[in-house]
Design a protein around this ligand. Structure first.
Ligand SMILES: NC(=O)c1ccc[n+]([C@@H]2O[C@H](COP(=O)([O-])OP(=O)(O)OC[C@H]3O[C@@H](n4cnc5c(N)ncnc54)[C@H](O)[C@@H]3O)[C@@H](O)[C@H]2O)c1
Length: 347
């Protein structure tokens, strides 16, 4: 099968990871790397390479030998670049978050549909073997109804000039929730608290609570000020509990047959004091997951979606659902109240 031809726009911190994976992919031919800074792009391309360096996106989009572009520039530039690329007939992969506001995001989704082109989000973690396994365990009913999710994503992070810690780190947690939960990121009114104890002008520490359908709750903790890096994600189900520690290659995911069972649950709230609670202390199962780079699987999915003419697993709508929760988080931070994420085109 002929390779698809890709250009990567943005050669800063994350762009080189995309470049490496498109280069290594059997599906893709990397044609060009585009950055406003030609030296940065040239460094990523390397010496003795046939990959071209470009500094002007409009010139890049005029080329007939580019089928798709991958956009790894700051979020505020995503909408303008993506819409221009889609209107030029290119398929588009865009880094998270989809855009810096919902209006721009909706426009991107609409233009992609009108042009009949793929719009895919690099929700990187959805392509890790661990998250795919968790999704499967939930879909197969092994976990049972999801009662709670607890996600901790803390480390010494770069204090970003234009966004708070939620916009930097929580897109990962939110896109994972959207991917693994049977009803996606269908959450109730969001309550968020944030702190800026060093006076940087934006929240560097944040907690968000997202009510889940059926009475459960997802809690997200993000932090740029932690000296230790923690990536812990717990999915508590009625039948089993999954614990994912992305920093432990020996046991990334463990499935616990442990939890709380309620034998009788009277309908009358007053009588619930008498509920019969028992504790399960069963086995722990550690599945053998293959080690594979998520970005490699992500670029393969981008190619497959284009070839099969279908929506990618993480499409523009998933990007909009994540964005609508990020906006609800910001509004909750500002108002001190719980805020319902906007629904609509993000279905
Ligand atoms: N998927 C992930 O895990 C992950 C991790 C880190 C960053 N990201 C995302 O990647 C994106 C880029 O982040 P970064 O940290 O690499 O940013 P960065 O600032 O390090 O790099 C951005 C690059 O884009 C270039 N650029 C900006 N506007 C341009 C334009 N109009 N045309 C061409 N080049 C342009 C800049 O010159 C710069 O080199 C963001 O959306 C970020 O959220 C994703």
């Amino acid at each position: 099968m002929d390779k698809l031809r890709i250009a990567v726009i943005g050669a800063g911190y994350w762009g080189p990871n995309l470049v490496r994976n498109f280069r290594n992919s059997p599906d893709w031919d990397l044609v060009a790397v585009c950055d406003l800074d030609p030296l940065r792009a040239a460094r990523v391309v390397g010496d003795r390479s046939t990959v071209e360096v470009e500094t002007d996106v409009s010139r890049l989009l005029e080329r007939d030998d580019v089928d798709a572009v991958a956009i790894a520039t700051p979020a505020r530039t995503h909408a303008e670049l993506a819409v221009a690329a889609l209107e030029a007939g290119k398929h588009v992969l865009v880094e998270k978050p989809l855009a810096s506001n919902l209006e721009d995001a909706r426009r991107m989704v609409e233009v992609a549909a009108a042009q009949g082109r793929a719009l895919m989000l690099d929700h990187t973690f959805c392509y890790t073997p661990a998250v795919r396994h968790i999704r499967q365990m939930i879909a197969d009913g092994v976990v049972g109804d999801v009662l709670y999710v607890d996600s901790v994503r803390i480390n010494l992070g770069l204090v970003q000039p234009d966004v708070n810690v939620f916009w930097d780190l929580a897109p990962h947690d939110l896109s994972i929730l959207d991917f693994i939960l049977p009803s996606g990121l269908d959450v109730g009114p969001v309550t968020a608290t944030g702190a800026d104890p060093l006076g940087t002008g934006r929240a560097c520490i944040g907690h968000a609570s997202l009510p889940l359908p059926g009475g459960g709750i997802a809690n997200i903790s993000v932090n740029w000020l932690s000296p230790t890096k923690i990536r812990s994600f717990v999915v508590g189900g009625r039948n089993r509990t999954l614990v994912w520690d992305d920093l432990n290659p020996m046991q990334r995911v463990a499935l616990y047959d442990r939890g709380v069972d309620v034998a009788t649950r009277p309908d009358d709230l007053a009588e619930r004091k008498q509920v019969n609670v028992s504790y399960r202390m069963g086995d722990i199962h550690v599945p053998a997951l293959r080690e594979a780079e998520a970005l490699g699987l992500m670029v393969a999915e981008f190619a497959a979606a284009i070839r099969e003419g279908r929506a990618p697993l993480t499409d523009g709508h998933s990007g909009m659902r994540v964005l609508s929760v990020l906006h609800a988080i910001d509004e909750s931070l500002a108002s001190g109240h719980a805020v319902s994420p906007q629904r609509g085109a993000a279905s």
